[in-house]
Design a protein around this ligand. Structure first.
Ligand code: ATP
Ligand code: MG
Length: 362
């Protein structure tokens, strides 16, 4: 899967940008504030229905405009052929998405149409942030390879919300609590089953990719399911009763899961340097792309904001070689053209120079 053409209207300082994309490496260079990250932001909006930088899409719409539009031609291998995907954030604050002219009902459909991975200055939170980041990472993978995972996840969220609401009530409705607990347990177990299986499969790819990056050490990825795995969740919730009521929430379950990532036996976030953290994030996300490709026969798209930042020349080369080996499309930004020139020797690519919100082939 790749974008052959991208049209951006009124995304931050990009008022009207058209890009005929390369199916592999797309390099976007230009000075600070020129609009490089905004191009990635536009692609991300198209694939996720939200910004990766801002909660409120209002700030992403150009200051002098009422609405933004992003559309792209998506080419796929096989009989599915090509599609036109578009999103719009209207002046009234509505978000609209269309595939070949037909309205899409939810952002989930965008995610299915345009699977993408972003690595930017905040991606270190995958290792250094809380468990939510790592659960989202896992769920991205399971969602893309397991049909029905979204429905399961939604049922789980509903059961959890209902149970937590009951726990917060002054006078407990015991029957309802029993009902939602009984609903929550099997859903938690099913989610755990999918995530465990996915992580076991993914770990092989993570180790393969990380092995290509010099100096990362011996990696271990371990799944914490959100409760003591020597006990059933039912037993744990019985034991948690007083604490759950006191805190007004469910303290164990699939919503508390995490991936414990170690390097040479020590928590990765404590062990690694900043550049090595970034490399490990690349390894994790590239491995997801590889796994997705193996399972679906399609490739996902990579957005790499400021690739040269924090990575030395050797490691940048190793990352690009990996992406090239995957045969996927990627967009990478950086300030200096010369940082990329040697990097992409022998790799088919296209360069774009961004200046004051305008992009030209560079
Ligand atoms: N709503 C908006 N309307 C117009 N311009 C905006 C809006 N939001 C942000 N900008 C401007 O858009 C410009 C492009 O920002 P962007 O983050 O894309 O730059 P960049 O090329 O990635 O820079 P850097 O090299 O510093 O990362 C910035 O100058 C920013 O001030
Ligand atoms: Mg930027």
């Amino acid at each position: 899967m790749h974008l052959s053409r991208l049209d951006i209207l009124q995304v931050r300082n990009l008022q009207n940008v058209q890009i005929v994309c390369h199916p592999g490496a797309n390099i976007i260079f230009g000075s600070n504030g020129s609009g490089k990250t905004s191009i990635l932001e536009a692609i991300y909006l198209l694939g996720r229905g939200r910004s990766f930088k801002h909660r409120d899409l209002r700030v992403v719409v150009n200051n002098d405009a009422d609405e933004l539009v992003v559309s792209a031609r998506i080419e796929r291998v096989g009989p599915i052929g090509s599609h036109q995907l578009g999103i719009k954030r209207t002046a009234q604050g509505r978000f609209e998405a269309r595939l070949d002219g037909k309205s899409l009902q939810s952002a989930v459909q965008l995610v299915e149409e345009l699977p993408l991975q972003l690595i930017d200055a905040h991606s270190f939170t995958l290792l250094e942030g809380g468990p939510l980041q790592r659960r989202q990472f896992l769920d991205w993978g399971v969602f893309h390879v397991e049909h029905g995972y979204t429905a399961l996840w939604r049922r789980f969220q509903k059961a959890l919300k209902q149970r937590n609401q009951l726990l917060r009530h002054g006078r407990m409705d015991e029957d309802s609590l029993r009902t939602w607990t009984a609903e929550l347990i099997p859903l938690s177990e099913q989610i755990t089953g999918f995530r465990k299986q996915y992580l076991a499969d993914l770990t092989k790819q993570v180790l393969a990719v990380a092995g290509r990056f010099d100096g990362l050490g011996v990696l271990e990825l371990e799944y914490y399911q959100g409760w003591d795995d020597q006990l059933s969740l039912e037993q744990v919730l019985v034991g948690d009763r007083t604490r759950d009521i006191a805190t007004g929430k469910t303290n164990h379950g699939a919503h508390k899961a995490d991936i414990r990532i170690k390097v040479d036996g020590v928590a990765a976030a404590e062990r690694l340097s900043r550049g090595q953290v970034k490399l490990l994030v690349y390894a994790l996300k590239l491995a997801q792309g590889m796994h997705y490709q193996e399972k679906t026969g399609q490739s996902c798209l990579f957005l790499l904001d400021d690739l040269p930042a924090e990575l030395d020349y050797e490691h940048r080369g190793q990352v690009v070689a990996c992406l090239d080996g995957l045969g996927c499309q990627y967009f990478m930004t950086g300030v200096d053209k010369k940082d990329f020139e040697e990097l992409v020797v022998g790799i088919a690519h296209k360069m774009f120079h961004v200046e004051h919100g305008m992009a030209s082939v560079g």
